[in-house]
Write a protein that binds this ligand. Structure first.
Ligand code: ZN
Length: 192
């Protein structure tokens, strides 16, 4: 039953607030206040979406919403397995990862380190699988080769996190800058 004198938690308050404001645009300042002023309010909103399936919309879902605006149009809950990754989210993740496999460091079209002998084609992967409680939240998504199989951990060539982040930067440079770096490395390592 009720917890003695404590007021309801932030998540409960937010849930109630969303349920009372169907069809109205809510702002982040408003939600922050509803959630007892906790800085965790955004996380609680994500939990309502990802763990409870509430269809809370943001500017990522609707072009008509500005960043920091929230809208719920229906109280129908979505099944919480996977809400599916939108094309927009897919592109966002690929861009954030510099179109680079986050396991082997290959760029799209290069030789894959996850599946030898194959060219790297990128897919969006759940770092924590949905079946193990992972969500479609952007923090749980990353770009990896289609051939990457986390169950078999089939990676032949392991690439360090440092190398991957440098390659992400490198792929974003214009061709002449890449050539400059290539010349530098060639000079340094010769024809090894
Ligand atoms: Zn890979």
């Amino acid at each position: 039953m009720k917890k003695k004198t404590r007021s309801p938690g932030a998540r409960t308050k937010l849930r109630t607030y969303f349920e009372a404001n169907v069809g109205k645009i809510m702002t982040s300042a408003e939600l922050h206040e509803v959630a007892n002023g906790t800085s965790e309010w955004a996380r609680r909103v994500r939990e309502l979406r990802n763990e409870e399936g509430m269809q809370i919309l943001t500017h990522n879902d609707r072009d008509s919403l500005a960043p920091g605006e929230y809208l719920i149009e229906t109280l129908t809950r979505l099944p919480v397995i996977s809400r599916g990754i939108s094309g927009k989210m897919r592109l966002y993740i690929l861009d954030r990862n510099g179109f680079t496999c986050q396991v082997c460091g290959a760029g799209a079209g290069e030789e894959s380190g996850c599946e030898l002998g194959k060219k790297c084609r990128l897919q969006i992967d759940h770092t924590v699988p949905i079946s193990q409680g992972g969500t479609d939240d952007e923090n749980n998504l990353r770009a990896v080769c289609v051939g990457y199989n986390k169950d078999k951990s089939n990676l032949k060539v392991s690439t360090s996190r440092d190398a991957i982040s440098v390659m992400v930067l490198l792929r974003r440079q214009p061709r002449d800058v890449q050539l400059e770096i290539y010349q530098f490395l060639k000079k340094k390592f010769g024809d090894k």
